[in-house]
Structure formats: C-alpha cells, structure tokens
Design a protein around this ligand. Structure first.
Ligand code: SAH
Length: 412
C-alpha cells in the first residue's frame, strides 16, 4: 500500500446537481430580465432632473426659477419634503408647488435594527406597491448605506434571494436618491446607534454601496443620474465619488460606458468563479459575457479611471472555494497587470430555501493564502446584518413584508 501524495480530491458541488433548475427564456437560454416592466412608475421628482430642467419645471409651475435652489437646499441639505417646514416659500400655493417638485416617493413600512443600533434595515414601499430595502451601517469614521437600484432583480443568480425573486421594476433616480436622503434624516435625528461612541464626524451617509436589491448596470441611466445627484456639490448631496461603489454581475457594454463617464466611482465585479464552466451556472449573465471579457472590462475601468477595482467572491462550500480556483483567479488577474485589483471574498450568507452554505474557515483561509501568494491584496468582507436578513444576497420582500406594506398607508 502506498500513500497517495497528491491532495485529496475535493467535492465539487454545482447549482444544478444540488437541485436548482435554471429558468430559461423562450429561446432556451438562461432567463435574464433586462427590460423593466412599465407598471407602477413614480411621479417625476426634482432629483430625476438636471439643474437646468429643475428651473424649467419650477417656472412651469408658476414660480420664479430661483426657487429651485431653495428646494434643493431643503431636500438635499435638510432632508425634508414637508411644505410646512419651508417657511422661505410663499404660503400661497406652497403645498401644491412642493408636492409637484418633491412628491413623496418612499413609505417606510418597517425598520429592523441590530449591532446595538449601529445597523438598520429599512423596508420601503414605492409607488405601485413595489418593495425595496436599504441597509444603513455606522462604522468608526464613516457611515455606509447599501442602496437598492431595482425592486427585485432580473439576473437570476441561484445563491441570491433577490435574484431568485425576479424583477418587479426599475427604480427611478429620485427613488434611489431618496434612500440616502431618508437615511440622512434618521442619522440627524440621532437614531443610528450612539454617535458619541465615534465622535462627531460623519453625521451623514459618507459611503454608498449599490449592493442592495437589483443590478445597477441594468438600470444604467437612472443609476447614473442618481450618482450625479449624489456627487453634485452645488445642486445635490455633495458626496465623494470614491465613496460610491457600483457592483455588477458583469454587463460588459455597461462597464465600458461607466469607464467613460468621468465620475471616479469605485467599481466592483461580482465574479464568484474564475472558470466559465462554473460561472455559467452561478451567474447566468455569464452566458452573454464570459469571465475573461468581464475581467478585461474591469481592467479597462482601472486604466481609464485609475481606480483600483474590487472583485467580489462569495465563498460557497465545495462550490467555488477550491484552492485551484484561487490559483486560477490569481493567474487571470496577474495576466492583466499588477496593482490594479483587489479581491473581497465574502462568506456566503444563507438565503431561504437554499442548500448552500459558507465555506469552512480552513477553506476560506487557504483561499486567501493562495491569492496572497500570487501577490493579490485580499480582504474578507465584513458582513453586517445577517441576523436581520440584511446582509448581501438576503434582501427580498417576504410575505410578511407584503402584508405589512398593505397595512401601511402611503406617505403624503
Ligand atoms: N447585482 C449586483 C449588486 C447586488 S448584490 C451584483 O451582483 O454585484 C451585492 C453583492 O452581494 C454581489 O457581489 C453579490 O454577488 C453578493 N451576494 C449575493 N448573494 C449573496 C449571498 N447569499 N451571500 C453573500 N454574498 C452574496
């Protein structure tokens, strides 16, 4: 008897062998929903418009153009859309005017807290009844909001609860921005943890991650309008572009477009597998744009913007956490240059009904060790809010959410 010197073969679990069936379109290709159903669209809001269009609309409503700037201040600086608070506007016709420019977009249905109040998950009802969530997190020196860009998601990734629920509709730019405005209000009212613990810095949302519900690049124009409002110092929220992260499954043409926008946001690619064989099953959009194409587009993003790119990698036990995959990922990244990318592995968060679990600690450590051996900076992503189903991949409108939403009257 001889001992086998090679590494014992690890099990290979795949979505299909685990009983997951990929939904197919009429042509038999993996189902992807790019087009948004037209139902339930929200009214146009100041944040949907460019500064010039805002002035135009204000004039149409019979007010002098300078009132646009007053509304911007009320909304973006003070986070209010309440006419009663706007005493610098003439009382006559004020209510109608403000509702015309700043119609209420989000009705708060529910709020869940954890981490001693430092993490809050909001459930919002949109016009037409669609539900979305955002997650607000206080860290030392920064406050991050994880925003949704679509109600549901059309990308159908088997390990993500949102992806399994399908796409309800795109969110408007103003609905995306409203999540930040509302969060800023909550912070200003002292409802996010204990600010004294971290000193007085950062009493507004400082960082945004487009990692809530939806595929941001499938709702490109609205997401970009929202980003323009977030970074606009004079007519918007005045945030830093670097603090805004856009995360995508890898819609290559949209990544190219994003590289040319001239807004240096942080770019993250949800890769999850370095080989097409597995990625075809884990990320159905891989049927359109392969691993190498997505990585080339990510590299181009770095070249055009100078911003280091993040690769996201949810570590799933025996599915994508093999040592050879870490090696292959390291090789593919290094083949495209050095110093342009870092990897963010994240232990899989459980989703309802899913049989997959996070990698073991040993597999995770080995995965990181191998990437580092290739010289790739690697940081395990901290995940918040698991106990309130507020972590990555866990955002989905449950039946209880739907019931609560039904019982909540729309805000006026
Ligand atoms: N559609 C975009 C953004 C939303 S998801 C995208 O896919 O990038 C944000 C991140 O959470 C993505 O990297 C996604 O792959 C990851 N994710 C999804 N489900 C997860 C789960 N169950 N556990 C951990 N991460 C998950």
């Amino acid at each position: 008897m001889t001992a086998t010197p090679e590494t014992p073969t690890r099990t290979q679990v795949r979505p299909k062998t685990e009983g997951w069936t990929q939904k197919k379109d009429a042509e038999g290709r993996p189902l992807l929903q790019f087009a948004s159903p037209k139902r339930g669209k929200p009214p146009v809001h100041l944040a949907d418009l460019s500064p010039a269009q805002r002035v135009e609309k204000v004039t149409e409503l019979g007010m002098p153009g300078f009132r646009a700037a007053q509304l911007e201040k009320h909304y973006f600086v003070h986070g209010t859309h309440d006419p009663a608070a706007m005493t610098d506007l003439p009382a006559a016709g004020r209510e109608e005017f403000v509702h015309g420019m700043l119609p209420p977009l989000l009705t708060e249905v529910r709020r869940l807290q954890t981490d001693r109040g430092d993490t809050i998950k909001f459930l919002w009802k949109l016009h037409g009844g669609a539900l979305v969530e955002s997650v607000l997190m206080r860290y030392p020196g920064r406050i991050t909001l994880c925003v949704s860009s679509q109600a549901g998601c059309g990308m159908n990734c088997p390990f993500c609860a949102t992806g399994q629920a399908g796409l309800t509709r795109n969110m408007s730019a103003a609905e995306i921005v409203a999540q930040v405005v509302r969060a800023n209000r909550v912070i200003a009212e002292g409802q996010l943890g204990d600010p004294r613990e971290f000193g007085h810095e950062g009493e507004r949302v400082s960082n945004i991650v487009f990692m809530g519900m939806g595929e941001p690049l499938a709702n490109y124009a609205r997401v970009m309008q929202a980003v323009r409002v977030m970074v606009d110092k004079k007519h918007g929220l005045g945030m830093s572009a670097r603090g805004i992260t856009i995360s995508t499954v890898g819609l290559v043409p949209a990544i190219r477009k994003l590289s040319d926008e001239g807004i240096p946001v942080t770019f993250a690619l949800s890769l999850h597998a370095p080989d097409d064989e597995l990625r075809d099953e884990m990320i159905p959009v891989n049927s359109r744009w392969k691993v190498d194409e997505a990585l080339d587009a990510a590299r181009e993003y770095f070249e055009k913007t100078g911003r280091r790119v993040s690769i996201e990698y949810a570590l799933i036990k025996d599915m994508n956490d093999h040592g050879w995959r870490a090696d292959l990922l390291g090789e593919k990244l290094n083949a495209r240059g050095r110093g342009w990318v870092h990897v963010n592995p994240i232990p899989l968060n459980p989703t309802p009904g899913s049989v997959w679990t996070a990698s073991t600690r040993a597999a995770q450590d080995e995965f990181v060790r191998r990437l580092e051996a290739h010289g790739i900076p690697t940081t395990i992503r901290d995940t918040r809010g698991k106990d309130i189903d507020g972590a990555c991949g866990q955002l989905v409108a449950t039946e209880a959410d739907q019931d609560a939403a039904q019982a909540t009257p729309a805000e006026v």
